[in-house]
Design a protein around this ligand. Structure first.
Ligand code: XIL
Length: 375
């Protein structure tokens, strides 16, 4: 009897030790190396998982950055180096070296490169809008759009699979954002809408690479039903006019906490565009979780237990919906805007907590919670 008790006790302790070792081994914190998990592998067959990076991340194949990127992602985008001011700073100068290096890297590692972005009101050089000291005419701006888009898209024909052809063109209160593009081009074709600069960009991109996925990308589509409806109306009108729009990008710069049902409803509004273009796709293009609200006073983030639970729930809510959309066949790519807290654009003077990998290079619990959704 005494012996039996001892044996039972021993077995119990051994079982507890095994369990705790098991879960520790499972939730490792290293994003690469032996036994490391992989986000993209976990979601293979559902959607690609990606990140925004910078070309310098690719300089040293032995570096933490390089190894992490290769292990975790199967789609990538450049954070700044493929924007108009970087690629085409003056009318007769193009700089393609960073983008070339990026696309070569992607091909070498079987990663799908995205192109961000051809036309945007921000990070765009002023020459596009000038004719000497005067404003450029609608005709001249349209000509420049055509030249710019054709040159870039045709250079990467068959290689860059998905382009944010236009970025942030929908208004926050009005239908269309007021920008130099919309102001100067206006309703050039006289058909009653001012989508003409957008149409010109899509048409040129389609001519340059008919197989590339051409996207219209914007923020707050998941949280503002009004904005989702404005996006729906704009794309509907352009599709009906024969403009080759293949998809809508949800940037998804979200806060810590999201209303799941509202988010789902807003995605469904955009999904209804499939009544007009049955092949239309949705992509998540810039996901991150800001721990501060817009306009809120910033301090270094306090990572409490409640905060972490909420953070994990925010990410898992998003990935749950993405799995649903992938099952419906309308979504095949989820890209995060950065890949670890240390390099996020949201660290403007204060430490933020936006990504699934922390500033010290460790996988967060939220990373594992997301990963386990894929099981
Ligand atoms: C941001 C970059 O992350 C910053 O480094 C840069 O200073 C400004 O642009 N929406 C977009 C992205 O479409 O291009 C922006 O990227 C973030 C918001």
């Amino acid at each position: 009897m005494k012996h039996l008790n001892r044996i039972v006790c021993f077995l119990l302790i051994a079982a507890i030790m095994l369990c705790s070792c098991g879960s520790e081994a499972k939730r490792t914190t290293q994003p690469y190396g032996e036994g490391a998990p992989s986000l993209y592998k976990a979601f293979e067959g559902k959607f690609r998982v990606g990140a925004a990076i910078n070309s310098w991340d690719l300089d040293d194949p032995t570096s933490w950055n390089y190894q992490t990127i290769v292990q975790q992602y199967n789609t990538l985008v450049l954070e700044n180096e493929s924007k108009p001011d970087a690629i085409h700073p003056s009318e007769d100068q193009y700089y393609f070296d960073k983008f070339d290096k990026f696309v070569d890297f992607c091909e070498e590692h079987n990663i799908t490169p995205r192109g961000h972005t051809l036309i945007w009101h921000s990070q765009v050089p002023g020459w596009f809008f000038k004719d000497g000291n005067q404003d450029a005419s609608a005709e001249l701006v349209l000509e420049r759009i055509k030249e710019h888009v054709t040159t870039i898209v045709s250079r990467y024909k068959g290689r860059v699979k998905s382009w944010d052809v236009v970025n942030e063109v929908i208004g926050d209160g009005e239908q269309l954002r007021f920008s130099d593009w919309s102001r100067l081009v206006g309703d050039a074709d006289g058909d009653g809408d001012k989508y003409d600069f957008i149409e010109a960009a899509f048409i040129a991109a389609h001519e340059a690479d008919p197989d590339a996925r051409l996207m219209i990308n914007d923020y707050s589509l998941e949280s503002s039903t009004d904005k989702a409806i404005r996006m729906y109306n704009a794309v509907k009108k352009m599709l009906e006019d024969g403009v080759p729009i293949d998809g809508v990008g949800f940037q998804m710069h979200i806060g810590n906490g999201i209303d799941y049902d509202a988010m789902k409803e807003n995605y469904e509004i955009i999904a209804r565009l499939r009544d007009i273009n049955p092949d239309l796709m949705i992509e998540v293009t810039e996901l991150d979780v800001n721990c501060y609200g817009w306009g809120e006073e910033k301090k270094d983030v306090e990572v409490t237990k409640e905060f972490l639970e909420q953070f994990s729930k925010t990410y898992t809510d998003v990935f749950k919906l993405m799995l649903e959309l992938s099952d419906e066949g309308i979504l095949d790519s989820v890209v995060m805007w950065g890949y670890y807290d240390g390099a996020s654009w949201l660290n403007d003077g204060h430490q933020n907590y936006p990504m699934l990998i922390d500033k010290d290079h460790n996988l967060k619990d939220a990373y594992w919670d997301v990963l386990e959704l894929a099981d």
